[in-house]
Write a protein that binds this ligand. Structure first.
Ligand SMILES: Nc1nc2c(ncn2[C@@H]2O[C@H](COP(=O)(O)OP(=O)(O)O)[C@@H](O)[C@H]2O)c(=O)[nH]1
Ligand SMILES: [Mg+2]
Length: 234
């Protein structure tokens, strides 16, 4: 797979997706489906420097991150790639791009806050994650997975503090409220309002893999963020 700074496969389309166009989701989901395992690294310094928009997925363990990535990419093997022995505490990168032309990257960061992990490993991981979130140059967007039944945990709050300066400088930020099927409609509305206040200007979406809620919206948003030039031209 070759890298390219602009996405020629999509650039050839005459209409680019916008948030209200239902065909946008079809394009966005087709693009996400191209995700392929690219590389894995225990620390930022071992990741390849890339000149393509990177979208990082973060969240506490069990928040539903793997399920969400599998659902968005319509692939079961992807989260499996991140579960291989030795990779669970790594940053795993997946290449995206139509017709074999890579035009963006998904980064799956290890889940945090799992009680059984030794304290020393927790601290090491927080360091790796903070380093990645603060200094990864091509980082374009952060997607934080949050189970709305638990709300933001202490580690989620630390993460929000770490990324705030970059979000203020234009880094895109999305909170996905996972497992929305576990909430009633009114609970969903409430969870959405609360998180909109906490997300510091970021986007918030309800999501359910089982009820297939929020998939089109999230896919379209990620596509737009990864293809700002085409989006503006449309
Ligand atoms: N009801 C429901 N359960 C979900 C959903 N997404 C994930 N789960 C469940 O939540 C648990 C954790 O999911 P997983 O994707 O492994 O979380 P991760 O640790 O953040 O990668 C699993 O038992 C999933 O089946 C969802 O949309 N609805
Ligand atoms: Mg997982």
């Amino acid at each position: 797979m070759t890298t390219h700074s602009s996405p020629p496969a999509l650039a050839s389309q005459t209409t680019a997706p916008n948030r209200t166009d239902p065909s946008a989701a079809v394009i966005a989901l087709g693009w996400l489906h191209t995700a392929k395992f690219l590389t894995t690294a225990p620390q930022l310094q071992f990741l390849p420097a890339l000149d393509l928009p990177e979208i990082a997925f973060v969240g506490r363990s069990n928040a539903g991150k793997s399920t969400c990535i599998n659902t968005l990419t319509q692939q079961k093997q992807l989260a499996f790639a991140s579960k291989k022995p030795g990779r669970t505490q790594h940053i795993n990168l997946f290449a995206l791009g139509k017709q074999g032309v890579m035009d963006a990257v998904l980064a799956d960061l290890p889940g945090y806050g799992y009680a059984a992990v030794p304290q020393q490993d927790k601290l090491r991981w927080q360091q790796v994650m903070a380093n990645y979130l603060v200094t990864r140059e091509n980082l374009k967007a952060i997607v934080l997975m949050c189970d709305p039944r638990h709300g933001l945990t202490e580690l989620d709050e630390i993460l929000l503090d770490i990324i705030r300066p970059r979000v203020e400088q234009g880094l895109k930020f999305l909170v996905i409220l996972t497992k929305a099927d576990k909430l009633t409609r009114s609970e969903q509305g409430k969870a959405l309002s609360i998180m909109q206040l906490q997300a510091g200007g970021g986007e918030v979406r309800l999501f359910s893999a089982t009820k297939r809620q929020g998939i089109d919206e999230v896919a379209t948003l990620l596509w737009l963020w990864a293809h700002p030039v085409i989006s503006l031209a449309a």
